[in-house]
Design a protein around this ligand. Structure first.
Ligand code: ATP
Ligand code: MG
Length: 374
């Protein structure tokens, strides 16, 4: 009998940093091991970023603007998927499904109306590509009592889990989330990743991010400011927990900084980098069995931040997921290709130790493209 064939999936991710749509075309072996066949990153414009910012302030936000961006992002996601097919020379019919995370505009799983809302019209993606498109990965988890986030730890276990050495994975996106791999994989958001570093770089450098952490490296972290930042109630909250721009944003930072008017901007940036590193160190504290931390996400390029992490976590070995064969930039997009595969195979995921969901759930809704010519 012929072995079951490998399957192709596309993963599309646009995270809390609102920097770009990252896309991968990946081949999964029958046992679920991924191999990346093509990648593409499409930067979001400043204009789009500002419009998304305005949608994310609770109590504000314009429904007409949300619908316009739902459409515009749907087109951009579709463009990214079509570009991947083109680059790889793969016909649309060869791809089982697209997993599209969408762009989060609200995440509040703990409120009186628990929700996590992503926009980006996936019916449009299915129609333009002719490929079934899986979307809305978080709602079923929230309906089962979970946080709806983070979802990537289940993929981190599938891709990076080892029988021997105890590994943890750290995704440094806008927010930071850790996964402790093993038979009992757990994972949670630990606090901000790059979001505050980015906001401060925009204000003081006129740049979207602090490249390689060079601005932070010029400053000296301030212990009192660090303590004030770490006093945010999210940091000490026990998991399961998830966070977003609702908790960590420039307005909150400005309220904390009101007591530190004399600090040089580079000292503030250094302290923000320490804040991210300290949040991760606290999350791993008391979990002495972890021997190796693999970092992914755009923050893996921040040399200064990786150095701070390594210093705080000694003797734990800090590397990027490149050491395990996956470029850190594509891990989260690959996670959504993997999650689409789980949905198409109707595999329920037990995320009870990750999101706190009370039962295994099948994540995502499928938009079917319809028969060609129908
Ligand atoms: N060369 C670099 N030096 C420093 N930081 C970088 C560099 N390149 C990217 N980054 C950081 O990575 C961020 C983007 O990372 P990424 O795309 O993983 O996050 P995200 O979009 O929030 O995704 P997710 O929500 O899935 O974690 C940028 O906003 C920036 O802060
Ligand atoms: Mg991104």
């Amino acid at each position: 009998m012929d072995p079951p064939p490998a399957e192709l999936y596309i993963g599309l991710m646009s995270g809390t940093s609102q920097d770009a749509i990252d896309g991968v075309l990946a081949e999964f072996s029958p046992n679920g091991q991924p191999r990346i066949r093509a990648t593409h990153s499409a930067a979001l414009t400043d204009d789009l970023r500002h419009q998304l910012d305005s949608l994310q302030r609770p109590g504000e936000g314009d429904l007409d603007l949300a619908l316009q961006l739902h459409h515009d992002l749907g087109q951009r996601f579709a463009d990214c998927a079509l570009r991947l097919l083109d680059t790889a020379g793969v016909p649309a019919q060869a791809v089982r499904a697209i997993g599209c995370h969408g762009q989060t505009i609200r995440h509040n799983p703990d409120g009186p109306a628990p929700h996590s809302l992503q926009i980006g019209n996936c019916a449009l993606i299915a129609a333009r590509t002719g490929i079934p498109t899986v979307a809305d990965f978080r709602s079923a988890d929230i309906a089962a009592g979970g946080q709806g986030a983070p979802l990537a730890p289940a993929f981190h276990q599938a891709a990076f889990g080892t029988a021997g050495r105890r590994r943890a994975v750290l995704n440094l996106g806008g927010m930071a989330n850790v996964s402790l791999l093993g038979a009992d994989t757990s994972g949670w958001d630990v606090g901000p990743g790059n979001v505050l570093l980015d906001a401060w770089a925009v204000r003081h450098l006129g740049q979207p991010y602090d490249a390689e952490g060079r601005f932070a490296a010029l400053g000296t972290a301030d212990r009192q400011l660090l303590a004030a930042l770490l006093a945010h109630p999210f940091i000490a909250r026990p998991p399961p927990k998830s966070t977003g721009r609702e908790d960590f944003n420039l307005r909150w930072l400005d309220t904390v900084l009101a007591g530190f008017a004399n600090l040089h901007p580079a000292d503030v940036q250094a302290t923000l980098a320490e804040f991210t590193a300290a949040g991760v160190a606290r999350a791993l504290d008391g979990r002495g069995e972890v021997e190796e931390l693999l970092v992914c996400g755009g923050g893996a390029r921040n040399t200064d931040l990786l150095g701070r992490l390594a210093r705080r976590l000694t003797p734990l070995r800090v590397a990027t997921t490149a050491a395990a064969g996956v470029d850190p930039q594509w891990v989260e997009a690959l996670a959504f290709a993997w999650l689409a595969r789980q949905r198409i195979h109707e595999t329920a995921l037990d995320l009870s130790r990750i999101t706190g969901a009370r039962r295994p759930v099948i994540l995502g809704c499928v938009y079917l493209p319809g028969r060609p010519g129908a």
